[in-house]
Design a protein around this ligand. Structure first.
Ligand code: AMP
Ligand code: GLY
Length: 419
């Protein structure tokens, strides 16, 4: 069973389904796309009791959790108590994502490279520390703030305003009752996912999200408007560097602290002149990154077995990484990210018939025989090929065949790497 309803979950379910070992596959709650790779189950991802109950009654051999909310609420702990195999971190391990202050203090203690920082609940002290770092400076709400809790302040006035809005005006509620003030890092952002079990890790190809809504990194921040995998200049040596300097120390630290990490560790990195430094951790697969990663992993690997082994405490060695690139383009509803027009018909899905292209569904649902929009990010149009250029060409050709009134997508996913 795959838990969640986005493009990430469609990509996970699609990859898992390709295993000859899968007899039945459920997605809870899923979307219009997941209904074509398995059976959707009408249970919300945050209804932990109902999910455990379903897994028990249907003897689900393996459950893979997509989104962060159920992880932080302890879904993996609940499945363990019920003796059902579940891939993901415990609530204690998911704090690496759930609390930025926890993650920063953890990195400091275990010497994982990250931006210089301090944590505050007092506004005057936070302001003084921001002055000691100088502008630009980064102010982050401690807790989850739906991607809006990070302010890159270009001058100290802006830093003061961000600190005050979080600590004094409680703009993010409880999530902003503590703030992290940190050094601004320069470089290129790269994401590295690792499937982990205790101190073992299987490092996956690098990937790169495109967070801003519009071309050339303009417009508001979003959940992600497109992704590529791998990032062309991140070679095996660079990936090994991330494994040895970041992934392994994190796993060793979590184990030493009595909260061993099992599941996907997603390191959001800034590749600075001094090497990679951690911007943030997620304790789950990224969305849309997963939509670019899964098409690579299904070539030569049984993805279901990877999840099963990791959930059982043993990460398999010898991942096959094909010499291929993937590009995922997110098609978003009119108004995204501020709002999202819903129930708009999606046309042309069956015109995409390229064997190296897959349209992953995110915010979609079926109404009779039609597929309509049901969220901000609607589709992840993904293609893979020997070169990034060719993958992008196929992905854009497919995206052009799909019509959703008012919808939009970025036309420059991966472009900075193309010659
Ligand atoms: P986070 O949620 O911590 O990943 O922050 C969101 C985005 O803010 C990141 O993807 C970066 O683009 C940017 N960011 C966060 N921290 C820093 C930093 N210390 N220096 C520069 N940019 C940052
Ligand atoms: N695409 C960023 C994330 O999944 O957090």
């Amino acid at each position: 069973m795959v838990v969640g309803s986005g493009g990430r979950e469609h990509a996970l379910a699609w990859a898992i389904r390709r295993s000859p070992r899968v007899e039945r596959l459920w997605i809870a709650p899923g979307n219009a796309g997941t209904a074509s790779v398995g059976e959707n189950v009408d249970i919300m991802a945050t209804d932990l009791a109902a999910l455990v109950d379903f897994a028990r009654r249907h003897r689900v051999d393996l459950t893979v959790i997509g989104p962060e909310a159920p992880l932080m609420a302890g879904i993996v702990d609940r499945f363990r108590d019920a003796n059902r195999l579940c891939y993901g971190p415990t609530a204690a391990a998911a704090r690496l994502e759930g609390s930025k202050a926890f993650a920063k203090e953890f990195m400091q203690r275990h010497r994982v490279p990250t931006a210089a920082f301090a944590t505050f609940d007092d506004a005057a002290r936070a302001r003084a520390f921001a002055r000691s770092l100088g502008a630009p400076v980064v102010i982050k709400a401690d807790g989850l703030a739906a991607g809006k809790g990070v302010v890159i302040a270009n001058d100290l006035d802006e830093a003061d305003r961000a600190i005050d809005s979080m600590l004094l005006d409680h703009r993010f509620g409880e999530a902003g009752s503590r703030v992290v003030v940190e050094e601004f890092l320069r470089g290129e952002e790269v994401s590295v996912h690792a499937m982990c079990a205790g101190e073992q890790a299987l490092v996956l190809p690098s990937s790169q999200d495109h967070k801003r809504a519009y071309d050339n990194d303009r417009g508001p921040n979003t959940g992600g408007m497109g992704a590529i995998a791998p990032v062309p200049w991140v070679d095996s040596q660079a990936l090994q560097h991330v494994e040895h300097e970041i992934i392994r120390p994190v796993l060793a630290g979590m184990a030493a602290d009595g909260t061993p990490f099992t599941g996907t560790l997603y390191a959001g990195l800034m590749w600075t002149a001094d090497g990679p430094k951690v911007l943030e951790f997620n304790t789950r697969f990224g969305d849309p990154e997963t939509q670019a990663l899964m098409p690579l992993l299904v070539h030569g690997n049984d993805v279901c077995t990877l999840f099963e082994k990791a959930a059982a405490g043993e990460v398999p060695t010898g991942l096959v990484i094909p010499a291929m690139s993937a590009v995922a383009i997110v098609v978003a509803s009119k108004g995204y990210p501020e709002s999202a027009e819903r129930d708009v018909e999606i046309r042309g899905l069956d015109h995409v018939d390229d064997a190296r292209t897959m349209v992953f569904h995110a915010g979609t649902r079926c109404v009779d025989a039609r597929v309509v929009t049901a969220g901000g990010r609607v589709l992840g149009v993904t293609a893979w090929s020997e070169s990034l250029t060719d993958a992008a060409r196929h992905a854009y050709a497919a995206a052009e065949k799909i019509h959703i009134d008012g919808a939009f997508y970025r036309s420059d996913i991966g472009r900075r790497h193309l010659t």
